[in-house]
Design a protein around this ligand. Structure first.
Ligand SMILES: Nc1ncnc2c1ncn2[C@@H]1O[C@H](COP(=O)(O)OP(=O)(O)O)[C@@H](O)[C@H]1O
Ligand SMILES: [Mg+2]
Length: 273
């Protein structure tokens, strides 16, 4: 059994427009199916507006799709009793792109990280404090940062805090929606390294949603490409990306090959269409 199974998910937002032309479709997801295995990272790439965030929300249980199913640990997440739903929520966490708007500006780092722990675990103040300190240290921060507020951190540091919060309950799957996209290149690669280490240490699985093919390559095992709401390609091994003859993939490859020395030798196989 896969950890996560997305089965034939389709979704359309209700359009509030009064006048529609016949070819004006507002389908955001069309018949999307894939799975994520335990301990693995699926990179989901696609241009802006492709439907990535909507798909992430469908998986997180916050956007019920009009068609299809999401099975997490074998349970249909939109058809479970309250107790199972609570357990599934604990095992499924999220880190969004904008680290500042993901946190309450009036909460300290300690309070931010402690929030999920408070919802799920009955710990004494001392136990909670030591757990938060060890989480801070695990993401490269320290006890000195406990009482700081979001504005006192850089974007990268704050994303480390969001990651600490996401791993605090030892979840099974983390949805990372453009989680490193707004960081500078150096910070981005440091956070990617941290995520790779945590994946092994905590036995995590990731859905790594991004428009950045290089970032997806760096962290993913499997890769999916979402284009206008359709999963046009799915590779169990990311290297298959280089063998695809799909014109959309050829264009994507061209956009990274020219600037990326590791891939430059492959440019000769790319034909623009
Ligand atoms: N709540 C919403 N209501 C109506 N349309 C939406 C809503 N959320 C997203 N969309 C539309 O769905 C499409 C996909 O958006 P999104 O999932 O955010 O794409 P991505 O994350 O790939 O950039 C876009 O055209 C967007 O305008
Ligand atoms: Mg998005």
């Amino acid at each position: 059994m896969s950890l996560l199974q997305v089965e034939q998910v389709s979704h359309k937002f209700n359009s509030k427009r009064l006048f529609k032309t016949n070819n004006q479709s507002n389908n955001v997801l069309h018949d999307v199916s894939f799975s994520i295995e335990e301990g693995s990272c699926l990179g989901l790439i696609g241009t802006s507006g492709a439907g990535k965030t909507t798909l992430g929300k469908v998986i997180l249980g916050i956007q019920r799709p009009q068609h299809g199913k999401v099975l997490f640990q074998g349970h249909d997440i939109y058809n479970v009793d309250k107790a199972t739903q609570r357990k599934l929520r604990r095992d499924l966490q999220v880190v969004f792109q904008d680290s500042y708007s993901s946190v309450n500006p009036r909460m300290t780092a300690e309070q931010i990280i402690m929030e999920p722990l408070e919802n799920y675990e009955k710990l004494t103040i001392g136990e909670r404090r030591s757990k938060v300190v060890s989480l801070l240290e695990r993401v490269g921060l320290s006890e000195k940062d406990l009482k700081k507020f979001p504005y006192q951190f850089s974007g990268g540091q704050l994303q480390r805090i969001n990651i600490a919060r996401a791993i605090s309950l030892k979840p099974k799957l983390i949805v990372l929606d453009e989680s490193v996209s707004s960081l500078d290149m150096v910070t981005q690669s440091l956070i990617l390294e941290l995520l790779k280490e945590l994946k092994v240490d905590f036995g995590l699985s990731y859905l790594f949603i991004t428009h950045d093919i290089k970032a997806a390559f760096s962290i993913s095992d499997a890769l999916g490409v979402l284009e206008k709401g359709e999963l046009i390609e799915y590779y169990e091994s990311k290297d298959e990306f280089f063998h695809s003859r799909n014109p959309v993939i050829l264009r994507m490859r061209e956009s990274i090959l020219a600037e990326h020395p590791r891939f430059r030798s492959l440019t000769k196989n790319v034909k623009m269409v």
